[in-house]
Design a binder for this molecule. Structure first.
Ligand SMILES: [Zn+2]
Length: 213
């Protein structure tokens, strides 16, 4: 592969050549052998097929476009211009370094600028970006930036609290540790009272450190 093609691939995931299902199943059999087991024994025979189907769910976010999801907005809001907060959105992602689960919750808020979007759409945006290979910092930014770019609100805030199984079940093995990331844009970044209102609404004093960040 020339440097040019490799750069293009890096920039445009859509140009990646997707392997066949058979190739994907063969790769799972290889990993089973790598783990030390026999992929043709009774209990494991159907495993490659199940793993590949599970991957279709875990990584379904590559097939969906969050911009599309947010494009349908409502302008009849009778002047509603207060914060919209969706809290405790269940978050299931996979870390891009170890391909093991990142589990937690996301809180998403925005300050409408004439237009609002159906709240299920916000949860859907979280889901689309989660169902890709991720690191929590990037996931947090992508959700906030997408809402900001499409809705052009007066501000956006995203806080994610999650446990990383690559840290709890392997490596340093520290169960019970959660990582908190946040991205604040517009009024949530510039206006202390907006930020405080949001943090109070998601109701967690553990975020005290974010109020002055
Ligand atoms: Zn990891």
């Amino acid at each position: 592969m020339t440097a040019e093609t490799s750069a293009k691939r890096k920039n445009d995931a859509a140009t990646l050549i997707k392997p066949s299902r058979e190739e994907a199943e063969a790769a799972v059999r290889t990993l089973i052998r790598w783990a030390g087991d026999d992929p043709v024994r009774e209990g494991l025979k159907g495993t490659p097929d199940r793993v590949v189907r599970a991957y279709e769910e875990f990584y379904s976010g590559y097939e969906a476009d969050p911009v599309d999801i947010l494009s349908r907005t409502f302008e009849e809001t009778d002047g509603y211009d207060e914060m919209v907060v969706l809290r405790d959105i269940r978050l299931e992602s996979n870390c891009e370094h170890h391909m093991v689960p990142i589990l937690g919750k996301a809180h998403v808020a925005y300050l409408p600028n004439k237009r609002v979007v159906g709240i299920s759409k916000l949860a859907r945006v979280v889901e689309i970006y989660s169902r890709r290979l991720q690191i929590q910092e990037k996931l947090t930014s992508q959700i906030a930036n997408c809402i900001n770019d499409v809705l052009h609100p007066k501000g956006v805030a995203v806080v994610i609290e999650a446990a990383h199984q690559c840290m709890t079940t392997r490596g340093v093995r520290k169960p019970g540790v959660t990582m908190v990331t946040s991205r604040m844009l517009g009024a949530f970044r510039d206006d202390q009272s907006t930020r405080r209102e949001f943090l109070a609404m998601i109701g967690n004093t553990a975020h005290g450190s974010l109020s002055n960040a």
